[in-house]
Design a protein around this ligand. Structure first.
Ligand code: F6P
Length: 541
């Protein structure tokens, strides 16, 4: 039965149609006790969801929807390792990678033992490299680490190591992901074979992007080194030990994870090696602990005070009842520059589905288009659309309360102006969500135009959340990312879709292989469409 025929859904439809759909934020934001009701804080993470077109009744009805979909049962299934990824017959136990004293009792001990074993192997490798004891084929210590991976084997580690750039590490981290060779050629020009180590990160160890970059790296090594290239310059991280060994990665250089870790949920696993090399294993464990705190909050908190649940239910209201089909991720801190790209995969690869868990076409909207940019830069890029466009967009503003990383000698000399920049950033973040909400009403009375100017009209009434982190630390980032993982999961429960498979990406890879053969002249062009034929002919000319 489609959720749209459920009583809770019908009540939300009438709630929307009987006025709430037209109720303006201008009125709602002035309701008494609004902030008490529509903000939640847990340990240095504050979420303000008051700038959404909801009131107490909306939340009640959304809660009933969650109860009707047995959300509490699904949350328990997630943590106990039920095979929620039913199309691949797998569990989704990324929470086991960051288990806490309470959450670890939910799943079988063997899982915990396997995780502990791989993490202790990872710790040995991290310490050996960071202490300079890992030597290259010519006996030199490693200076540069290159993670080759794509999607979940790249975006998370890239985002976290960039965000925690203040951490001093004895090794420099680089990330190679794109297939075209640009990143690879640019990077290899700067590196020295004798002091460079490659991490081949790939859950399947069959992804052509990663394997082609790995082959290029291997040929680069062979230009200068004669022996021990694999043993001293390659580490592999995968669920597929045999394929890593086939490629040439010796067992002692292999770190493993499991099929119950989804690719886009995998940076908490050994895929997080580059994060641990940046932060040290202790820092990596702090990252895990932050996520563990959010897991406990998510698993044990009543829905009204449950951050992932509330943010998910409000977005169900925004998407399925207010017809908003796009979400902008706007971090007001350049250290979070890769957060939008990471969330694009986490959210759209999880919930970009149009078939429910039973295999029926859904008759309601699911995942919105999600994109983003550093907020203050986006103000000079796409905010025009946010303020005066025809598309309905909701936004997540993310900002950092205090900068505690302006502490190098150079920065002390300009610390005053840097801290002024920080307050300017926060002012912009808060101003933008205010203007999106109030529109023309945000204009100070003395500056109100004498007459309506259609070109300068701000409609306002645009929904947003603001998430404030006290600071950027392994723990605060762990909490933030786990928040979005669980929000994505709750949305999938309400939409009755499987957020843990990604069948939609397989056909492209298959056809790419066919097209590659056509480009190489290994198959007849006549079997292809006229556009593909013309494109290939043009390349061949
Ligand atoms: O593009 C689909 C996908 O399978 C993602 O889900 C995954 O994160 C990425 O490709 C890389 O896959 P792998 O880690 O197996 O190389």
């Amino acid at each position: 039965m489609s959720i749209t025929s459920s009583l809770a859904w019908k009540n939300l439809v009438s709630h929307c149609q009987s006025g709430m759909g037209k109720e303006s934020l201008l009125n709602l934001i002035n309701m008494p006790n609004r902030m008490e009701e529509f903000s939640i804080e847990i340990g240095g993470l504050y979420v303000d969801f008051s700038k959404n077109r909801i009131n107490g009744a909306t939340v009640e009805l959304l809660e009933r929807l969650a109860k009707e979909k047995e959300l509490a049962v699904w949350i328990k299934k997630l943590f106990t390792g039920e095979k929620l990824n039913h199309t691949e017959n797998r569990a989704a136990l990324h929470t086991a990678l960051r288990s806490t004293s309470t959450t670890q009792n939910h799943f079988e001990q063997k899982i915990q033992d396997d995780v502990n074993e791989q993490f202790s192997r990872m710790e040995k490798i991290v310490n050996k490299i960071r202490d300079g004891h890992w030597r290259g084929a010519t006996g030199k210590t490693i200076k540069d680490i290159v993670n080759i991976g794509v999607g979940g084997s790249d975006l998370g580690p890239l985002m976290i190591t960039h965000a925690l750039q203040a951490f001093k590490s004895p090794v420099k981290l680089h990330f190679l992901s794109s297939i075209d060779g640009t990143q690879t050629s640019n990077l290899l020009k700067q590196l020295d074979q004798e002091t460079t180590l490659f991490i081949l990160s790939s859950k399947s160890f069959t992804t052509i992007d990663t394997l082609s970059n790995a082959e290029t790296a291997l040929s680069w090594f062979k230009k200068k080194l004669r022996s021990n290239i694999y043993a001293q310059h390659f580490i592999g991280i995968s669920t597929n030990s045999e394929k890593m060994a086939e490629w040439g990665i010796p067992k002692q250089n292999q770190l493993l994870f499991w099929d119950w870790v989804g690719g886009r949920y995998s940076m908490w696993s050994t895929i997080g090696l580059s994060i641990a090399l940046k932060l040290g294993m202790e820092g990596f464990r702090g990252f895990l602990a932050g996520a563990g705190e959010m897991d406990e909050h998510f698993a044990n908190t009543e829905f009204k005070k449950n951050i992932p649940v509330m943010l998910a239910l409000i977005d169900i209201w925004n998407i399925n009842f207010l017809d908003i089909e796009a979400k902008a991720i706007l971090p007001y801190d350049a250290r979070l520059k890769y957060l939008p790209a990471y969330l694009s995969q986490l959210v759209m690869e999880s919930n970009g589905k149009s078939v429910d868990r039973q295999g029926n076409k859904v008759d309601y909207r699911t995942c919105p288009i999600l994109w983003g940019e550093i907020g203050s830069n986006a103000q000079h890029a796409f905010y025009q659309l946010l303020h005066q466009g025809t598309q309905k967009v909701m936004s997540d503003f993310i900002a950092i309360v205090e900068r505690d990383d302006f502490n190098s000698q150079l920065e002390e000399e300009v610390e005053q102006s840097l801290s002024e920049q920080q307050s300017l950033t926060l002012a912009n973040c808060f101003a933008q969500s205010r203007v999106l909400m109030l529109g023309n009403e945000a204009i100070p009375k003395e500056m109100r135009p004498k007459f309506d100017d259609p070109f300068k009209d701000y409609a306002g009434n645009k929904s947003s959340n603001t998430i404030l982190l006290d600071n950027i630390s392994p723990k605060s980032l762990g909490k933030l990312i786990a928040l979005y993982e669980h929000k994505t999961f709750v949305e999938a429960v309400i939409w009755d879709i499987n957020p843990f498979d990604q069948w939609g990406v397989e056909l492209g890879k298959l056809i790419a292989e066919e097209t590659r053969k056509a480009l190489a002249g290994d198959i007849e062009l006549s079997g292809l469409d006229c556009s593909t034929q013309a494109l290939i002919k043009r390349i061949k000319q």
